[in-house]
Design a protein around this ligand. Structure first.
Ligand code: DON
Length: 293
């Protein structure tokens, strides 16, 4: 590692993330036959942040199906994850479910008229089921810090409310979103939770169906085109796999039919994606030939 260029900057917008040691590195690869390969800090929990948007999207599609696309687009935004700039021109319809605006609409769908704790409990149970691990939990200190500093998200939710694209009280929708960002997982749990996207929608190779094969393919397509925000093109160019990043430094990448991969290194590049994590995935893809291209 000493020969690598510097590791990027850890997220500093909330104290619990600013305090993370940038020297952490963890990797877990679950292959199609169920073999689990781990390296480094693969069992150390971290804040999954925006990676939660993959699981929340799957939950929302389960609730409202394709009608979700009346409220959210499916195009890369070409803007930062927390950008507001397109919403005025595009009548409060976010470009895709992985930018914050889109994830807030997804959270609004998942809220479905219940208390935020019901929706978040449901998401947590879903992620635990996917990962086969009941110990996955929310880091309450992170959730509180998200709430206390999330002025851009508060603005996004209120702005979309003005267009009628947030149906609940914005503070309730935001409560769901802030808590989903605060889910803590380690690389092993995350790679296990991603298996359904490797297995064409099944829990394991011959397991129960979580989503249809078509839906799994479409979620992977969105991860490939939008999972790294305005750096999605660069990630596709370098790694060539559907991937979703979070500002906690985690990335979930899927090699369809071959592997579910989770990597964690807290230092971020200028687009807010894990710098060493991306490099590690680039090397994994090179070594294995798993690029989808
Ligand atoms: O809502 C936010 O801005 C953060 N809690 C999460 C953003 C995030 O992880 C973006 N991904 N790179």
């Amino acid at each position: 590692m000493a020969a690598l260029p510097e590791r990027g900057e850890v997220a500093t917008y909330i104290p619990p993330l600013a305090a993370i040691d940038p020297r952490h590195f963890g990797l877990c690869i679950v292959t199609a036959d169920g073999t689990v390969h781990m390296a480094g800090d693969a069992l150390e929990p971290f804040s999954i942040q925006s990676i939660s948007k993959v699981f929340a999207l799957t939950q929302a599609l389960g609730k409202v199906g394709e009608a979700l696309w009346n409220r959210i687009g499916r195009e890369p935004s070409g803007t930062a994850f927390n950008s507001i700039v397109q919403l005025e021109r595009e009548q409060g319809i976010p470009r895709n479910p992985f930018i914050n605006a889109g994830a807030l609409v997804v959270a609004d769908v998942n809220l479905g008229g219940h208390e935020p704790r019901v929706a978040i409990g449901e998401l947590l149970r879903f992620v635990r089921y996917l990962a086969d691990d009941d110990t996955i939990a929310i880091d309450e200190a992170v959730a509180r810090a998200e709430q206390a500093t999330g002025f851009r998200n508060i603005a996004l939710a209120n702005y979309m409310k003005a267009f009628g694209n947030i149906r609940h009280a914005p503070e309730l929708t935001l409560g769901v979103y802030f808590h989903q960002c605060a889910i803590a997982m380690n690389c092993r749990q995350l790679a296990m939770a991603g298996r359904f996207l490797m297995h064409g929608g099944r829990h394991g190779r011959a397991g129960a169906r979580v989503v249809s094969a078509l839906r799994a393919r479409r979620i992977n397509a969105l991860m490939l085109t939008c999972g790294h925000y305005d750096a999605s093109g660069d990630f596709a160019f370098r790694v060539g796999l559907p991937g979703k990043s979070g500002v906690g430094g985690g990335i979930l990448a899927i090699a369809p039919g071959r592997a579910s991969i989770a990597v964690w290194s807290p230092g971020l590049n200028t687009s807010g994606n894990s710098k060493i994590g991306t490099l590690a995935l680039e090397r994994v893809a090179e070594a294995t030939g798993w690029s989808v291209f």
